[in-house]
Design a protein around this ligand. Structure first.
Ligand SMILES: [Cu+2]
Length: 179
């Protein structure tokens, strides 16, 4: 129907159109903000590398060591290599692995870095690979977060926002929440 300015429906139509427009921009604004926050907390991308779901477990008591976990995806056609990491919240951030040796779970530093094959995936998770945070400036508290920089041979430096989960808590999809 055609609305003429003196139609009884005209003010209603204008009003609802204005509300729709306002609502649209409000949603757009809120959606954008949320998206940025989520992206910061859950995902970082640079070049062909994507780092997903970075998290750490809250420190038990006054422990000054911790570990960070995440998943790395390589969308490229060439392999890349994670060669190091660093953070301002700990003296050292080393690439570590857990290995069963003679029935005992042992932890050691991974020398020479870790390859992520073309189109491949590398998961850091409890009882497996982790970034060992040694000499934390202060214990990690649930709900807080910190920045951790991962250094890749090709992609370069990618800084991720690691979210601290409560002791015993872990993001879904992460089996066996124990360092
Ligand atoms: Cu370790």
């Amino acid at each position: 129907m055609t609305l003429r300015p003196f139609s009884p429906f005209f003010p209603l139509a204008v009003c609802s159109a204005a509300i729709t427009v306002l609502w649209f921009f409000a949603e757009l604004g809120a959606g954008h903000k949320n998206h940025d926050a989520m992206a910061l907390a859950k995902k970082a991308t640079k070049g062909d590398i994507i780092v997903l779901r970075p998290w750490a477990r809250a420190s038990a008591g006054r422990a000054y060591n911790g570990a960070a976990y995440f998943t790395i995806l390589n969308r490229g056609t060439r392999a890349d290599r994670l060669i190091g990491s660093n953070t301002l919240i700990a003296k050292k951030a080393e690439l570590h692995e857990h290995r069963m040796a003679d029935g005992i779970m042992r932890m050691r530093e991974v020398k020479g870095g870790l390859a992520i094959s073309a189109g491949g995936k590398l998961s850091f998770a409890p009882r497996g690979y982790h970034v060992m945070l040694a000499g934390l400036a202060k214990p990690l508290k649930a709900g807080e977060g910190f920045m951790l920089t991962l250094v890749f041979e090709r992609a370069g430096r990618i800084t991720i926002h690691v979210v601290v989960h409560p002791i015993g808590g872990a993001p879904k999809l992460m089996p066996m929440p124990r360092h």
